[in-house]
Every structure is written in structure tokens, then in C-alpha cells.
Design a protein around this ligand. Structure first.
Ligand SMILES: [Zn+2]
Length: 251
């Protein structure tokens, strides 16, 4: 299973969470090492920071980089501080909703006969009998997410499963749930992968990461060395994907 407690970074990933101090300024940041030449920095609306650095970039180099950027970081954090971090959605025109890694503007239209949602030219068009009823429209959108999740996750499960060349195992069944603390899990008993519906908001590479993690459990039940070696052989960049996924869905 994969826990997705946003701010808790698991033990094997502990070194990714670091602290920067300079003069009277200090902040925490998440560090991802990857195959790249330069250092990059992103400030998320939660005011979380993500630094991406080359594998061989020294700590001094990252420190110098952050020292040069700290005014900009503070400015960004102040900018985001003026917004509520978790504004309650009202399901009205103009709000944005995530789907497969992108944000889409919602357009609400009244339609008594045919309640439906269409994604057209990047706009999420909701036809609803009750345009002013947030709970009703939340439920409509939820049904839409669920339908999309079924279609997309089935497709990705097939694609990911092929990469395993399991000879004696049938492709697992799929179950989609709304879960607070997990991205997914795998049941040996039923040979079934369970995925968090929320994942439909993330890009394909993150959906594939979670599915691949769960498929590795077919061979290794526990999160032991063998499990992580196997996962790494299937998905060398899984650690980066894990951190990015956690950061990408924070609203
Ligand atoms: Zn697991």
C-alpha cells in the first residue's frame, strides 16, 4: 500500500525534507535529485517548497542557490498567504478542478432534462438541474470523476501489468475507492488492486507509479528490501514520482 499523508515523508525518503537557514530567514524544503544540469525551485500554494537538483549537485551549491533566491521565495510565500489554502468549493462557474494533472475551469449551466458533465476544449461544462446547490453539483462531479477513474485506471493497469511479464498471474481486478490515507493497496486474497479515486486528478505518470507499486506486491507482500529493489527495477525514478505526486495534489 502507499500512504499519502501529504506532509509526512516516509523513512526511506527522509533525506528529501531539509531546512534552509540564512540570516533571520528559515524555511523547510523538499529535495529531489534527478538527472538534470541546473537547480530549480517551485513554491506551492501551501507555501511548500520543492527543489530539484542534479544527482551530483553539492549541498553548498544548493545552499548558494537558495541564498540567491530567498527574497523571491518569501515574496511567493507572501503572495500565496493572502489566499485561503483550503477554500471550500462552491461548484460554481469560474472555479477550477483538477483532472489528469491539469486544472480546468468549471462552467455551470442549468438543464432540467439532462444532467451531465463534458470536458470540452479544456473547460469542464456542468449541466445541472440545480445550479445553486453545491452539494448536488459536488455529487454530479464526483460521479464524473468516478466514471473517468474507472476508464483510465483500467487502461493504465493493463499497460503497467504487461511490463511485469508475470507468467503465473492473471491481471488483477480493479476497485476504486475514496480513501483518506492511501493511494492504493493490493489484495492477494482477491488478486485485486484498489486505487484511490483522487488519483484521477493526477497525471498519468503518477497513476502508473501507484499501480506499479501495487503490482510489485504480487511478488513481495511487505515493504522490504526485495520489494524496493523490485520496484526500482520497474520504475527507477519512483522516489521522485512519489514526492511529486504528494506535492502536486495539495490545493
Ligand atoms: Zn505498498
Amino acid at each position: 500500500m502507499i500512504a499519502h499523508n501529504n506532509l509526512k515523508i516516509e523513512e526511506h525518503n527522509a533525506k528529501t525534507k531539509l531546512h534552509f537557514v540564512y540570516k533571520n530567514v528559515s524555511f523547510d524544503y523538499n529535495l529531489i535529485r534527478e538527472d538534470r544540469k541546473t537547480i530549480s525551485l517551485t513554491v506551492f500554494p501551501t507555501r511548500l517548497l520543492l527543489v530539484k537538483a542534479p544527482f551530483k549537485g553539492s549541498e553548498d551549491r544548493i545552499y548558494d542557490f537558495l541564498r540567491r533566491k530567498f527574497r523571491w521565495v518569501l515574496k511567493q510565500q507572501r503572495y500565496f498567504a493572502q489566499f485561503k489554502i483550503h477554500p471550500e468549493k462552491q461548484y460554481v462557474s469560474g472555479e477550477t478542478f483538477r483532472y489528469r494533472g491539469r486544472c480546468h475551469k468549471l462552467l455551470v449551466r442549468k438543464n432540467n432534462h439532462n444532467e451531465t458533465i463534458l470536458l470540452q476544449h479544456g473547460i469542464l461544462k456542468m449541466f445541472t438541474a440545480l445550479p445553486k446547490q453545491a452539494l448536488h453539483n459536488k455529487a454530479l462531479l464526483n460521479v464524473w470523476y468516478r466514471e473517468k477513474a474507472h476508464k483510465v485506471f483500467e487502461e493504465r493497469l493493463k499497460i503497467c501489468f504487461v511490463k511485469f511479464d508475470f507468467v503465473h498471474n492473471e491481471i488483477p481486478g480493479l476497485m476504486i475507492k475514496q480513501m483518506k490515507r492511501r493511494w492504493g493497496s493490493y489484495s492477494h486474497k482477491t488478486n485485486r488492486v484498489i486505487l484511490n479515486q483522487e488519483l484521477i486528478k493526477a497525471s498519468t505518470k503518477y497513476i502508473d507509479y501507484v499501480i506499479t507499486h501495487e503490482l510489485c506486491h504480487i511478488k513481495h507482500r511487505e515493504h522490504n528490501r526485495g520489494f524496493y529493489d523490485f520496484l526500482k527495477s520497474k520504475l527507477p525514478k519512483w522516489k521522485n514520482l512519489k514526492t511529486e505526486l504528494e506535492l502536486s495534489l495539495i490545493e
